[in-house]
Design a protein around this ligand. Sequence first.
Ligand SMILES: C[S@@+](CC[C@H](N)C(=O)[O-])C[C@H]1O[C@@H](n2cnc3c(N)ncnc32)[C@H](O)[C@@H]1O
Length: 231
Amino acid sequence: LGKSINLSFMIRSYVKRLGRISPRQRSGLDLRLASYQLPVPQSDNPWNFLSLFGTNAKIVLEIGFGMGASMVTMAEANPEILFIGIEVHDAGVGSLAADLHDNNIGNVFIAPYDAMEVFHHALPDNSLDGIQIFFPDPWPKTRHHKRRLIQPDFVKLLSAKLVPHGFLHCATDWQHYAEQMLRVLSQEIALSNTYKHGGFADMRHSRPLTKFEKRGEKLGHGIWDLYFLKN
Ligand SMILES: C[S@@+](CC[C@H](N)C(=O)[O-])C[C@H]1O[C@@H](n2cnc3c(N)ncnc32)[C@H](O)[C@@H]1O
């Protein structure tokens, strides 16, 4: 009694993998990340993109970029767009930072934080032209479904951060999650499905092939894309 209650417990959409970090990833983290890293999210102090980037360029954000290959490919193909990548996996963050440096890519910024914190505290409303979530952890067991990123409250928050007509592009190789994504996104009144008959999108070839997509294909899984626009 009299003590404040610790409410820091929350359901996380990831488990930090402790696997090996290669020397290149280590030097990406230690030597390169600082040049690309966005500030730590703080409540009541959202990022100001104009002062951070010095431009009003379009911003596309990816949640869970894994090893970062999709970020590199898209940034090189779209030099006029700024990309923000969110990832908590150290090996992936180090790998992307090293790739950005080695390929002299200047239009990617890294947020090595929990996407929940970034969306709750750091991002201004109506600030993103697009959000991509490619192959998020599927959490196949029923008792883990609550850990899935795509849930009604989070999708409402994602929508609030998009500019009008901004896009939300999700992809998964897990059918049960694909159906949940379609249900949750279709029920969000701020979003509209761009695809005929309200179904899945034919977008497979318009995004880079990712590590987890290749893995899903090897396992014989289907691939489902969803492409919604903010009204
Ligand atoms: C299954 S992997 C897919 C990686 C990549 N998009 C691909 O297709 O290869 C999902 C990634 O999302 C990251 N992730 C999950 N929840 C996250 C969160 N709340 N914030 C940041 N990253 C998260 C995990 O660390 C993991 O690297």
